[in-house]
Design a protein around this ligand. Structure first.
Ligand SMILES: [Ca+2]
Length: 92
């Protein structure tokens, strides 16, 4: 499956408050970590197509300690960076 590369026209802005609220919403087991399933749900709620495919791609790049979840300040920072660079989602 090919996802079209993002062009600057596609930029979506969401607030840090909204970003954190969304993460909390999708963290169904409430452990403060985002797993593949939760990440896919998160991307779906951001309105992105093919959320499962994107979640797979994103997890591979963001999960630096390889525990299959996104957690902690460091990985969150990378998540924010990649959302912007890959798909033009700017969190501010
Ligand atoms: Ca991790």
């Amino acid at each position: 499956m090919v996802i079209p590369p993002y062009t600057p026209n596609d930029t979506t802005h969401i607030s840090m408050k909204r970003f954190k609220a969304l993460l909390k919403e999708v963290d169904v087991n409430g452990d403060g970590r985002i797993n593949m399933h939760e990440l896919s749900e998160f991307l779906l709620r951001l309105g992105l197509s093919n959320p499962r495919w994107r979640a797979l791609l994103l997890m591979r790049q963001v999960d630096t300690n390889g525990n299959h979840t996104i957690e902690g300040k460091f990985e969150m920072k990378i998540l924010i960076k990649h959302l912007r660079e890959l798909w033009g989602i700017v969190i501010s």
